[in-house]
Design a protein around this ligand. Structure first.
Ligand code: AMP
Ligand code: GLY
Length: 422
């Protein structure tokens, strides 16, 4: 099997790691990849959709795996399928679950998927009137893709009004802000559940949790994710069954019913409220850094699992999930997320023990093929162990072994979250 992975971050390095270990894989290409994926397969130049389709044809790819959301929302999976290439990743129609928050919320309402009550506005005056009449705190969301920045959590009605204006009037998120979603603010710990879906059937992966805030104790600005664990301890099986039914199964069957079956990784971001689990968002691809903790727990033939799902006939027996725990700690560049600096050489990557993986995200090749820090989230230091404590202590050992100037990381990955985010 000849596989092409599209993307170049930590998630794609983790995908490449799992694909490279799969028995039937004869060639692995990554576009554009990064210095980490270069050790597992062959990096190909990055390009636009036309170039990616041409590359997949030239390389006679049997399975394309699309990592990030933007090309999925723009229709890359459809373009590849039109050339009869099997793709793990949803069509543009199905990717609207992530590409339009308004679409996702209306879909949830139609399919009775528990989520926060909401209203949608395209007119700033009407939105402001709703804010003034609302009796509860609101969250303000731009409709479209905004690189994870389109969710505003104001602390007062005045801030809520200003947030509405930022989205609809100032167009701070560009075209993503043509519509604004105002929804009730919920509270509780967050949880991510991901499933491999073939359009009809699915296999769910262990529940995971990322840490989105920059600083310990869930302080500081939101980031792409500073670390993650899987599975999340202390969840009972009745709760997980409920999430599988309401957060995954209802989506898979609802998408099929509307004629836009979902093929790919379905990611439900949930909040565990006192009234029960509520879906905050859907993503249509693996989480980053959640993939970095989930994929090391998958044993067996991951490539076969994804190929069978891409063909609409998921072979859930292709893999088993290890009874173990995984943790990843992100080493970020100085200045991340506001203004990350790059260009620092990374030392110690060659000193890692076999039970510690450094998934590359913001790295590039310097002179003499040395590896330098070049992006915000530079590395995800990942380990597995029989229990969470063990996985965390192994991952944290990586922060002593791998070094670059100005590196910073959270010291409380895996601790229970505080749900106070004032
Ligand atoms: P989303 O991209 O929709 O997951 O939102 C990003 C983050 O905003 C989530 O991980 C939550 O921390 C927060 N958030 C989103 N919606 C709500 C809500 N209705 N109530 C409270 N927090 C929310
Ligand atoms: N870690 C959150 C995301 O991938 O969207």
């Amino acid at each position: 099997m000849r596989v092409l992975i599209i993307g170049g971050g930590g998630r794609e390095h983790a995908l490449a790691w799992a694909i490279e270990r799969s028995p039937g894989v004869s060639a692995l290409h990554i576009t554009p990849g990064n210095p980490g994926t270069a050790l597992l397969g062959s990096n190909q130049p990055g390009g636009d959709a036309d170039q990616t389709v041409r590359l997949a044809e030239e390389l006679e790819i049997d399975l394309a795996i699309v990592g990030p959301e933007a090309p999925l929302v723009a229709g890359l999976a459809d373009r590849l399928r039109a050339k009869r290439i099997a793709v793990f990743g949803p069509s543009a129609d199905a990717a609207r679950l992530e590409g339009s928050k308004v679409f996702a919320k209306r879909f949830m309402r139609e399919n009775r998927i528990p989520t926060a009550p909401f209203e949608v506005f395209d007119d700033a005056e009407a939105a402001r009137a709703f804010v003034r009449s609302a009796g509860t705190p609101l969250v303000v969301k731009a409709d479209g893709l905004a690189g994870g920045k389109g969710v505003l959590i104001p602390r007062s009605p005045e801030e809520t009004l200003a947030a509405v204006d930022r989205v609809l009037v100032d167009r701070a998120f560009g075209d993503a802000g043509g519509l604004v979603l105002l929804e009730e603010r919920l509270s509780g710990p967050e949880l991510s559940v991901m499933a491999i879906v073939d359009g009809r059937r699915w296999l769910s992966l262990p529940p995971s949790r990322d840490h989105k805030r920059l600083l310990d104790g869930d302080e500081g600005p939101n980031t792409g994710g500073m670390g993650a664990i899987a599975p999340v301890p202390g969840l009972d099986s009745a709760l997980l069954d409920k999430i599988d039914r309401e957060g995954i199964d209802a989506v898979v069957s609802g998408m099929t019913l509307r004629g836009t079956p979902f093929v790919g990784c379905l990611y439900a971001g949930l909040m565990l409220t006192p009234e029960g689990p509520r879906v905050l968002e859907f993503n249509v691809r693996f989480g980053d850094p959640e993939a970095q903790v989930l994929l090391p727990l998958v044993e067996g033939d991951f490539a076969r699992l994804l190929l069978s799902a891409a063909h609409g006939e998921i072979d859930t027996g292709a893999v088993t999930i290890r009874e173990a725990a995984a943790a990843t700690v992100v080493l970020a560049a100085p200045g991340y997320p506001a203004g990350p600096r790059g260009g620092m050489p990374i030392a110690g990557l060659d000193k890692l023990p076999p039970d510690l993986i450094a998934f590359h995200a913001g790295t590039s090749f310097g002179e003499d093929a040395s590896v330098i820090a070049s992006g915000g989230r530079v590395l995800s230091l990942t380990s597995t162990a029989p229990n969470l404590e063990g996985a965390l202590s192994r991952a944290y050992r990586g922060t002593e072994l791998v070094r670059f100037e100005g590196a910073h990381y959270r010291r409380d990955i895996g601790r229970p979250p505080s749900d106070q985010r004032e």
